[in-house]
Design a protein around this ligand. Structure first.
Ligand code: SUG
Length: 452
């Protein structure tokens, strides 16, 4: 076994963060449609969260935001003329399309890709599959730029294998790591990978009626094959369709995990008790380890409160900063502390063998679009050699944090209203910001506009 560590790659919140109500099935997104957003505040909240997580001793890194508006997408949809004309035409003829190309949704890095560490893959490389996010137009635009960014950061083919997104079709609908959990005795040891799907199992499997099931079983199977996983160490489990209908659009809205620890809601899966038993068995058999499972009942925490407060979208991390706490830390959103049931849920987690402390963070701007602390980060387990081989400019440090805070303060607007999206000045502002960012992160020419 090689020593490996989990890196949390957070999506830097981009300058056009706004509330467009684009995600059917995501209650926070639809209920904040048209609200005034605060991009500067949003990005600073994201940076502050990274600082908190790094302060616990977790390895932290950043993923750059994508260029928005995606003018090329509007041109592909038939809008012509100068950049300003393209924006104006889309604003008058199809404001929903303008909103889609303006979304800063790449901040939710948990949806960027599914990642399998080298301890699980047959060829001993870290495998990534970029998510096609085909269930929503604004999110589907992310895939090509996500692939470009991952290829720039994880360049060395000796260590890393980046698979492009699966064909963007309903049969292969894939939302990345938000529907994937990896369990292992230690990060560097072989583990059990759990793929959570919303549809595509047996023909008579229950289906959600109100909201879409975003992840297909076929996509999960394809990723397990691409990543060369041992079928004996893979589990596929179906999300509870009733939970989807109550706004649980991804698994990470009702479950979180770390190494041999699972925290989930009783209503997370079609058969939660059966899943936990299977996982326990698999852990014992292939990892020679026991699972610590904390299943929170609906009586203690009704599902709608879990969705509203995002307790399960907390980041469960190993705390290395001994002056704080020894054990695991749950980095939870402030919204949990406002509802007694959620707060009690946090307080009652953990036990003597598996102590769990807690740290509160504020990511309200992202939360109001349905993205909690865990949505904002992609976990990537890397050995020391792999960590050395990746691009170093994206690694979090106090100095990088200071630079990014100054960058946000210089380039971001304080507020954005829906009507502001028709302002052509926003195109230039965004490009200036991203141009400066590539200097800070040492990723010159990352964006297409820099190549023109
Ligand atoms: O895909 N919201 C995102 C939130 C993603 C949260 N990610 C995880 N759970 N991992 C989504 O629904 C809203 C954008 C808007 O409405 O403007 C949005 O895309």
């Amino acid at each position: 076994m090689s020593i490996a560590h989990e890196y949390n790659f957070d999506g830097l919140i981009g300058p056009t963060h706004n509330y467009a109500g684009l995600s059917h099935g995501n209650i926070a997104s639809t209920s904040h449609k048209g609200a005034v957003s605060r991009p500067r505040e949003a990005a600073l909240q994201g940076l502050w969260k990274m600082q908190c997580v790094a302060g616990l001793g977790v390895r932290q890194a950043v993923l750059p935001p994508q260029e928005r508006p995606d003018l090329a997408a509007l041109r592909r949809m038939g809008f012509t003329g100068s950049d300003a004309q393209v924006i104006e035409r889309a604003a008058s003829e199809a404001p929903h399309l303008l909103a889609a190309v303006y979304s800063a949704s790449s901040m939710w890095a948990a949806n960027a890709a599914t990642v399998s560490p080298s301890a699980d893959t047959a060829d001993g490389r870290v495998h990534f599959t970029v998510a096609n996010l085909q269930s929503h137009l604004h999110r589907s635009l992310e895939a090509p730029a996500t692939e470009t960014a991952l290829r720039r950061i994880f360049r060395d083919p000796k260590h890393f294998m980046i698979h492009p997104a699966l064909p963007a079709t309903a049969a292969l609908s894939d939302e990345g790591a938000a529907n994937h959990m990896r369990f292992a005795a230690k990060h560097g040891k072989a583990g059990v990978e759990v793929f959570v799907y919303g549809r595509g199992g047996v023909a008579d499997a229950p289906m959600p009626r109100k909201f879409p099931a975003r992840q297909s079983l076929e996509a999960c199977r394809a990723i397990a094959r691409l990543h060369q996983l041992d079928p004996a160490r893979v589990l596929f489990v179906q999300q509870n369709p009733r939970a989807i209908d109550r706004g649980v659009f991804h698994n990470d809205v009702v479950a979180t995990n770390h190494e041999n620890v699972l925290i989930c809601h009783e209503d997370a899966y079609v058969d939660t008790a059966g899943f936990v038993a299977n996982l326990r068995r698999a852990m014992r058999k292939v990892c020679d380890d026991s699972l610590h499972a904390f299943v929170i009942t609906r009586k203690k925490l009704p599902l709608h409160v879990a969705v509203k407060t995002y307790l399960f979208n907390s980041q469960l991390v190993a705390v290395k900063n001994r002056s704080f706490f020894k054990g695991l830390g749950l980095v939870y959103p402030i919204e949990c502390s406002r509802f007694r049931a959620s707060f009690m849920g946090i307080m009652e987690l953990g036990n003597r063998q598996c102590p769990i402390g807690s740290v509160m963070v504020t990511v309200k701007e992202s939360m109001d679009n349905g993205g909690g602390p865990a949505c904002l980060r992609l976990r990537i387990v890397l050995t020391q050699a792999q960590a050395r081989a990746m691009h170093q400019g994206v690694l979090w440090s106090p100095a990088l944090n200071d630079q990014l805070v100054a960058w946000v303060n210089k380039h971001y607007r304080e507020e954005l209203r829906p009507d502001d999206l028709r302002d052509p000045k926003l195109i230039r502002e965004g490009r200036d910001a991203l141009d400066a960012l590539t200097g800070i992160l040492g990723l010159p020419g990352l964006y297409e506009f820099q190549q023109q």
